[in-house]
Design a protein around this ligand. Structure first.
Ligand SMILES: CCCCC/C=C\CCC/C=C/CC(=O)SCCNC(=O)CCNC(=O)[C@H](O)C(C)(C)COP(=O)(O)OP(=O)(O)OC[C@H]1O[C@@H](n2cnc3c(N)ncnc32)[C@H](O)[C@@H]1OP(=O)(O)O
Length: 295
């Protein structure tokens, strides 16, 4: 039997038929299909319910590097074209963390070419997620700063674990600036006034604070995050899909088109901005502060 997964009782896993096959990877019998397990993005498709669970799996903190973003993009594309798939839950396989956001090492002392490739991968992953026809829900079972917050905000619904975890767009604290499409998504989520404060301060919120400004939709104990997402999904799955998709698309189109129309310019701008001496200096100091935390 596979080791119990976080937030899921042993009984529940036994009921769902979790087994560990000869290859050593966790798979489910009968109604579940694992699309990919060897990489940094695990996809578990339940063909009976039409719900896919996509877990980021890059310990210790699921920082999003070029590989993770490319894998995430491909996984989302596959689910989008899978007619049996109706909904997607974005979660983490790493305890205590949803995602630490972009891998800072992709932005520090990197080449302009790598920066552009990295940024394109982020753009594509985000366009696939924010523009998805699927019902998308974020199961936030840990910290979710910066790019992690962007992924969560890009879903249709967010359930976060109560306790010490934090979520927010903290870019200014690193001496960098949230790109316009991060800002657009936050504006659409919590409104203008809260976004202005949140972005200028680089604010990281507790789950309760995030709930109070509408950054997340529900806060529950850690073990209840997945069951709560599953319960909420039942409501969403009852809505006629075509009507829901048209509504979602019309509300998100302007923001998606804004990036689509200037992808290359945005990637080039990122590479130029991030390689400025002053920005590199700030990033270097931030990396040192993360490392100092341990000593
Ligand atoms: C005018 C228009 C301008 C246009 C703009 C252009 C570009 C700029 C915009 C770019 C956008 C960026 C968005 C981002 O996502 S930036 C990333 C921001 N992320 C963070 O600030 C999170 C930093 N991490 C933490 O705060 C903590 O790690 C934690 C997530 C709270 C988890 O804490 P804990 O469990 O205690 O783990 P550790 O801190 O010990 O970390 C373990 C290990 O992981 C390394 N690490 C952490 N986060 C990252 C990361 N994001 N990238 C790379 N590496 C990370 C950390 O240094 C530890 O490493 P070692 O074990 O080797 O010490």
């Amino acid at each position: 039997m596979a080791a119990p997964m976080r937030g899921m009782s042993v009984l529940r896993q036994a009921f769902q038929g979790l087994v560990r096959p000869a290859g050593g990877q966790v798979c489910r019998q009968v109604q579940h299909r694992c699309y990919s397990t060897p990489g940094h993005v695990q996809v578990d498709m339940n063909s009976e319910t039409g719900v896919a669970t996509v877990r980021l799996n890059r310990p210790p903190v699921n920082s999003l590097n070029l590989d993770v973003l490319t894998e995430l993009s491909i996984a989302l594309e596959k689910l989008e074209t899978d007619k049996s798939c109706k909904a997607m839950v974005l979660a983490s396989a790493a305890p205590g963390i949803f995602s630490a956001g972009l891998d800072i090492l992709e932005m520090y002392q990197s080449t302009p070419e790598r920066c552009v490739a990295f940024w394109r991968a982020l753009q594509d992953a985000w366009l696939n997620l924010y523009g998805s026809r699927l019902i998308t829900m974020a199961a936030i079972e840990g910290h979710s700063p910066a790019g992690g917050c962007l992924l969560a905000m890009s879903c249709d619904y967010r359930v976060m674990a109560e306790g010490k975890f934090q979520i927010g767009l903290n870019e200014t604290k690193l001496g960098i600036v949230a790109p316009f499409w991060f800002t657009d998504v936050m504006l659409n989520t919590i409104g203008h006034r809260e976004t202005e404060k949140a972005l200028q301060l680089g604010a990281l919120y507790s789950a309760q604070q995030a709930l109070s400004i509408g950054l997340v939709d529900k806060v529950v104990p850690l073990a209840e995050v997945m069951p709560t997402v599953e319960g909420e999904l039942k409501n969403w799955l009852q809505i006629p899909a075509a009507a829901r998709v048209i509504t979602k698309t019309s509300m998100r189109k302007a923001v998606l088109d804004r990036l689509r129309s200037q992808k290359e310019k945005d990637a080039q701008f990122f590479a130029d901005f991030i390689n400025r001496d002053s920005v590199q200096k700030s990033l270097g100091m931030y990396i040192a502060s993360l490392q100092k935390k341990k000593n």
